[in-house]
Design a protein around this ligand. Structure first.
Ligand SMILES: Cc1cc2nc3c(=O)[nH]c(=O)nc-3n(C[C@H](O)[C@H](O)[C@H](O)COP(=O)(O)OP(=O)(O)OC[C@H]3O[C@@H](n4cnc5c(N)ncnc54)[C@H](O)[C@@H]3O)c2cc1C
Length: 374
């Protein structure tokens, strides 16, 4: 499946997912790779790239179709993350949006909230972010100081956050706040702020980082910011800490998938560079002598997350993904959602040959149980 492991295919990867891989690779090669340097200089991807990724059916792949998602599983998300690494992505906040925050909404939001928010997340019309970290609170989330005090139909939110991914573009922001500052974990709730025109919502400076230069990671400030009570995630106060502890497992897993994919991409790139250099000079640093340990290390790392116990899978029921790409889709497959995929040879092949059943992504679970943040 990659230049480094041409004959290797993960045991969980179905034919359908293999076609998704090709579709994602084609899309990113065309729409992402040529822009990486420019986005790094701008410290953000183009806003309309989110809409393009949504139109290509690459967002919210394991959100149910009822809410505009792809109806797939964690394996579909992992494949997109792997292809992003291969395409040399340096800032597209796919994982935060699609793999992480969309699942806070899907798991805890009320049906009304899901219908209101999720279809726009799948289409790229809304970009998601989550604001946990504060200048004085990182790993220990019980110590957040941002407050949300109820006044009538609104919470009045005050506080500041830092290191927030997708902060320039986010339309929906999940905020970790204390609705009861007298309590520790039990006083934490998650509020979903709709940021467009929201008074008291301030985007601070974009943070310089050692990598991911195209990622719009920022500080945020909330000053008497009023969030409607109906935007309390799940509608019950005091659930935030438990919601975080459950969802952080998914965050750790996709970060691991991404880390291994980046390592693999880096080795591939290094080999390619060495081959190119060797062809130009008589250097003794030929491909055969370059990084002899890198390939087996990548291979071991990859196997470590694909062979975890199936019985601990976080995906008990796997639905068949049917949303992406829908151009030329057989009857009934064109989605009623806003998705309208651009046609391509890969897309057509994918639809014409997809298998009737989606093989469950069975081997992707890690369980840490530890409260510390990733
Ligand atoms: C690129 C990037 C993107 C990010 N995106 C987001 C985002 O979208 N949303 C968000 O909310 N946050 C985000 N973060 C913040 C990230 O979640 C925090 O950096 C992380 O939670 C750690 O918090 P901290 O940096 O304050 O480190 P600290 O909590 O100060 O920890 C520093 C070190 O001390 C260790 N440590 C801490 N407490 C203990 C203890 N009790 N015992 C032993 N060791 C301990 C930690 O393991 C760590 O190694 C992002 C960070 C980065 C770098």
């Amino acid at each position: 499946m990659s230049e480094l492991f041409p004959d290797y295919r993960s045991p969980w990867e179905s034919d359908d997912q293999a076609m998704l891989r090709k579709h994602a690779a084609d899309f990113f090669r065309k729409e992402l790779t040529p822009n990486v340097a420019r986005w790094a200089a701008n410290h953000e991807v183009d806003r309309d790239f989110w809409n393009k990724a949504g139109a290509a059916g690459l967002l919210c792949l394991d959100i149910p179709e009822t809410y505009g998602g792809g109806g797939g599983d964690f394996g579909h998300e992992a494949i997109v993350q792997q292809e992003l690494a291969k395409a040399q992505d340096g800032g597209f906040g796919f994982a935060v949006h699609s793999t992480i925050v969309a699942h806070y909404l899907n798991t805890y939001a009320t049906d009304e909230q899901k219908k209101r928010w999720l279809p726009k997340c799948a289409s790229g019309e809304s970009v998601l972010a989550i604001a946990m970290t504060e200048p004085g609170t990182g790993s220990d989330l019980q110590g957040v100081r941002t407050t949300a005090v109820r006044e009538g139909d609104h919470y009045v939110v005050n506080g500041s956050k830092t290191f927030i991914s997708n902060a320039s573009h986010c339309d929906l922001l999940v905020i970790v706040a204390k609705t009861d500052p007298t309590q520790g974990a039990k006083g934490i709730s998650l509020l979903v702020a709709e940021t467009d025109g929201l008074e008291g919502f301030g985007r601070g400076r974009v943070l310089e980082k050692i990598g991911q230069h195209g990622q719009d990671t920022r500080e945020l400030a909330f000053t008497d910011m009023r969030v409607p009570v109906e935007n309390l995630l799940g509608g019950v106060e005091g659930q935030g800490f438990y919601q975080l502890m459950n969802q952080l497992q998914r965050e750790r897993l996709i970060l691991g998938v991404g880390g291994i994919a980046v390592a693999e991409a880096a080795v591939t790139e290094a080999i390619s560079y060495a081959k190119h250099s060797a062809s130009r000079s008589s250097s003794s640093r030929t491909p055969s002598s370059f990084s002899p340990n890198a390939r087996p290390r990548c291979s071991r790392a990859r196997r470590s997350w694909t062979t975890a116990s199936p019985s601990r899978s976080p995906e008990p029921s796997i639905r068949r993904p049917r949303r992406w790409p829908n151009s030329g889709a057989p009857n009934g497959r064109a989605r009623s959602s806003t998705v309208a995929c651009r046609s391509s040879a890969a897309t057509a092949t994918w639809w014409s040959t997809r298998s009737p059943a989606c093989t469950p992504m069975r081997a992707c679970s890690v369980s840490t149980g530890a409260p510390a943040r990733s």
